[in-house]
Every structure is written in structure tokens, then in C-alpha cells.
Write a new protein. Structure first.
Length: 278
């Protein structure tokens, strides 16, 4: 195997030596690595070698390949943006973005890489890493491209969300509080029930109802919701009682109201006599 540089050859040599020193003869000279199977290449040893080389290729090269594609194929030149997209790609690979469209249709990059490594080891007595990149990894690179495209779509949505949250924060700062404290209690049937600091039900006043059309002046297009009602009320402190703290709405409340919003379980609302049971 002829690597692209002595540095890469040293890295691969150390990797292989640490795993196969007792079963494979491994030599390195400059950019070249030679493997000798003195006791033959059994199916078990071949499988182990293919698995190890597959993981090495992904661990050692994949990130730089992805960053190169993000910059050269998708023209993201800002390093911060590149690494934000890279983080989303990694999250997709780790199964943390299963909710994204088309993620379930992505092929397994490990299986693609494993097939390439197996073909090279079986069919070639020698090869260069450059030829491997140029001629053998097209399907693998296509898989990376498809994943990056999904990651970029998600990145753009996150940017739009950040702009949306920033606008809502600015709106909150411009409104005079109609209540110092508001308690919002989650109820599946009735939505969120709102109470003031005296534990009296807060009715949405005309000022809140007329608040929604004003959002268009800020470039915010959305439907009436707990979030926008609380923005209209502009309380100094918001106490939310819910067992769905990981819900998307709760995440946005945290982003918009920051240290002004606090979360508690429904059991705490029951202690205060705020839990609606009708």
C-alpha cells in the first residue's frame, strides 16, 4: 500500500501493528506499507483486517473528506458554519437525527467502505491510497454527499429558528408586563391554563388578541399559541408546570424568555391547587 505521505503511512502502520503484530508481518518504508501473511490469510483474519481497515478509514479520513465537500461542493467558507454542519452530519451518523426526512433512506457508509476494502485486499497485491480515493470510493463519497445535503437543510432551518427566536426576544423587551408572574399549567384537553400571581385564571385580554397581527411587523409569521400569549402578557416571571419539558415548545420558551422561565412537574401544580381535573 502506498499512502499519500509518510505521516499517513506512520499512522496506518501504528494502527495495524497494534492489532495484528502477532498475526501479520507489517513493514513500513517511507510512504509504503507492506503486509505479509506468513501463516496464510484465513477467513477469520481477513474479516478482522477488513473490519479494522474500514473503521480506520472512517475514523482517520472521513471528517476531512466531509469538511472538504462542505467547502468545495457546497461553498460554505466560514469555518464556524462548516463545523456546525459537520456536527449535524455526525449526529445523523450517530442516529440522533432520525426525525429528519430521508434519513432512513441513507445507505450504510460502513457497509460501502467495507465492500471497497474487501475488494481491494482480495483483488490487488498492491495499490495506492490515491487510486483508492479516485476510483473506488465513489459510492462512499455519494453517501457522504447525500448526508451533507440533509445536514445543510437542517443547518438552514436552525439558522431560521435562531432568527425567529431573536425577533421574539426583541418583542418581549419592548412590551410592558401585564402581569408580574404567570403560572402556565399543562392540560391535554384544555391546552395550557394560565394563572396570575394570586392564582386567578388569566383571561387573554384584547391587548393579547390584537398582538398577533403586530407580529407581521417584525417579520414573524405564526399561529396563536402559548408562546405568543406569554409574549403578549410579558410577565417578569413564568412558571410552567408540565411533564413534557422536552417538548419543542418548551425549548423555544427557554430560548425566548431565558432566565425568566422556570419549569416544574404537574405534581407541583397539584400541590398549589392549580391542576385542572375537570
Amino acid at each position: 500500500m502506498t499512502m499519500n505521505s509518510s505521516h499517513e503511512a506512520v499512522s496506518l502502520y501504528r494502527f495495524l501493528y497494534s492489532r495484528f503484530a502477532n498475526t501479520i508481518g507489517i513493514k513500513r518504508q517511507h510512504e509504503e506499507i507492506e503486509l505479509r501473511f506468513t501463516e496464510g490469510l484465513s477467513e477469520h483474519l481477513k474479516s478482522e483486517l477488513i473490519d479494522s481497515m474500514t473503521q480506520y478509514m472512517i475514523d482517520f479520513y472521513e471528517e476531512r473528506w466531509i469538511l472538504h465537500m462542505i467547502q468545495e461542493s457546497f461553498y460554505f467558507t466560514d469555518e464556524s458554519d462548516q463545523h456546525d454542519i459537520l456536527d449535524i452530519v455526525k449526529a445523523i451518523f450517530d442516529g440522533e437525527k432520525s426525525e429528519l426526512p430521508k434519513v432512513d433512506r441513507l445507505p450504510s457508509r460502513q457497509q460501502i467502505m467495507r465492500k471497497v476494502i474487501e475488494e481491494v485486499l482480495v483483488d490487488h497485491s498492491s495499490f495506492s491510497f490515491k487510486s483508492l480515493e479516485t476510483f473506488r470510493l465513489n459510492d462512499y463519497f455519494e453517501c457522504l454527499m447525500e448526508t451533507i445535503e440533509l445536514a445543510i437543510d437542517e443547518f438552514k432551518l436552525q439558522q431560521e429558528y435562531a432568527v425567529f427566536v431573536d425577533k421574539l426576544r426583541k418583542i418581549v423587551k419592548t412590551y410592558k408586563p401585564l402581569h408580574h408572574t404567570v403560572y402556565a399549567v399543562d392540560n391535554d384537553k384544555a391546552g395550557y391554563l394560565l394563572y396570575d400571581s394570586n392564582y386567578q385564571v388569566v383571561e387573554a385580554p384584547p391587548t393579547v388578541r390584537s398582538f398577533y397581527p403586530l407580529l407581521k411587523q417584525w417579520g414573524v409569521e405564526t399561529q396563536p399559541s402559548l408562546l405568543l400569549t406569554l409574549i403578549g402578557l410579558a410577565p417578569v416571571t413564568i412558571n410552567v408546570f408540565t411533564n413534557r419539558e422536552d417538548h419543542g415548545m418548551m425549548h423555544t420558551l427557554r430560548k425566548v424568555f431565558e432566565e425568566s422561565v422556570h419549569f416544574y412537574s404537574l405534581k407541583e401544580a397539584e400541590k398549589l391547587g392549580l391542576l385542572f381535573t375537570g
